[in-house]
Ligand binder design. Structure first.
Ligand code: ARG
Length: 396
């Protein structure tokens, strides 16, 4: 009998799926639950077992998530429409593990809990197919068209304990927390306070605090002089930046399925780390590197958002990002205050900033040459305007 490997969160959707696959599709189910945030793996495993699955695999992959996915996003200053990608970088990891365990446990089908309107179905399915085209993928929530009341009555009929789902649809991992649905869907409705969990309201933040972040080869590796793993740095920065009101993003977003949606993100650690990273880049990379990097970064973010993590072009983009990030070393002192991040000081052994050349206090820079430089530099603009008899009007 063919078995199905189900990416299982323990929530209502995926619990209903277990029973549905067993009863209606007449297939055995193996569940896979990955902790990339704060999932209670033991509790979820017990729940899966109580639903009669043949195996319930649970794994903590936070470290791997930080070292192989968040790291690449920091390299690429990953942002989509102004927010750091969090859900989008977790999906490839989940799909890859699903393929691995599907093979291990003899499952020819992978099931996930995404709906038909969002990005995640695209990310899961393209990733699975990029790795192994012969694995079937099913998304029962999308395919049955069941709504919540249908699911609740199915759950009751089949003895599934109905979890107390929150008001919003939340996706969370250590890099960010995203909320959508419910009252967020009505965009004229002011955001309600119960959306936020990670970022303190500005009224409740104090006098701010100063934090030193040190980067080695593009990756933060110490906070206030103490070294930590990337996973720990992200978690610590979520707390430090979150309590200073940093990282709340309430915006409209363009999904890959062509619809606009209203989403709320809490990304305090990610915002602080990416801001610090960009500041160190501005000190250690030259203008041409920065210009090219901006283009590569935006491509990286679009491909990642759009579910194309394993498109071959990503290998080239990641190679560029890795190469340029070897110069992104140094230390920055940031004052975090009521949602602001103010640079207090910055230093780097790879600094390109040249005090001698820039200072008005000395004559190390040959200002005489500037006249000749401008005389030639102007030519492109002046000759073109002359050729076109361009009149540029000037006003009083
Ligand atoms: N729209 C975001 C993205 O595609 C996040 C969606 C996460 N899901 C949720 N139910 N909050 O990256």
């Amino acid at each position: 009998m063919d078995k199905v490997l189900l990416l299982y969160s323990g929530g209502l959707d995926t619990s209903v799926m277990v029973k549905w696959i067993q009863k209606e599709m007449k297939k055995e189910v193996v569940t896979l639950t990955l902790n990339i945030g704060n999932s209670n793996l033991e509790e979820i495993k017990e729940k899966a077992i109580s639903l009669g699955v043949s195996d319930a695999i649970v794994m903590d992959v936070k470290n791997e998530f930080a070292d192989n996915y968040i790291k690449k996003e920091i390299f690429a200053d990953g942002m989509y429409e102004g927010y750091p990608l969090s859900t989008a970088i977790a999906r490839p990891l989940m799909a890859e593990k699903a393929v691995y365990y599907a093979r291990e446990y003899g499952c020819n089908t992978i099931a996930h809990g995404s709906t038909g309107k969002g990005n995640d179905q695209v990310r899961f399915e393209v990733t699975v197919k990029a790795i192994d085209e012969n694995i079937n993928v099913i998304a029962p929530v999308r395919d049955w068209n069941m709504n919540r009341p249908d699911e609740i009555s199915y759950a009751k009929k089949n003895g599934i304990k109905i979890p107390k789902d929150g008001k919003y649809s939340v996706d969370e991992n250590i890099w960010g927390r995203s909320a959508e649905g419910s009252t967020i869907e009505n965009i004229s409705n002011p955001l309600e306070d119960d959306v936020y969990e990670w970022v303190s309201p500005l009224e409740e933040t104090g006098n701010g605090e100063t934090v030193d972040l040190e980067f080695v080869n593009g990756i933060p590796h110490a906070i206030n002089g103490n070294e930590f793993s990337l996973e720990e740095i992200v978690e610590k920065m979520n707390i430090i930046a979150g309590r200073n009101g940093i990282g709340l993003i309430n915006h409209m977003e363009d999904r890959v399925t062509g619809i606009k949606s209203h989403e709320v993100y809490e990304v305090p650690g990610a915002m602080a780390i990416l801001h610090a990273h960009k500041m160190i880049e501005s000190l250690t990379l030259n203008k041409y590197e920065i210009d090219l990097k901006e283009y590569m970064d935006s491509q990286w973010s679009n491909f990642t958002y759009n579910g194309l993590w394993h498109d071959p072009v990503m290998e080239h983009i990641n190679d560029f990002e890795c190469s340029v990030n070897k110069y992104v070393n140094g230390k920055i002192k940031l004052k975090l205050y009521k949602g602001n991040m103010i640079m207090k000081s910055i230093e780097s052994d790879n600094s390109i900033y040249n005090y001698e050349k820039i200072s008005y206090d000395n004559s190390n820079f040959n200002q005489d040459s500037a006249r000749g430089f401008i005389d030639i530099y102007k030519n492109n603009t002046v000759y073109t305007n002359n050729a076109r008899k361009q009149k540029i009007s000037v006003m009083q």
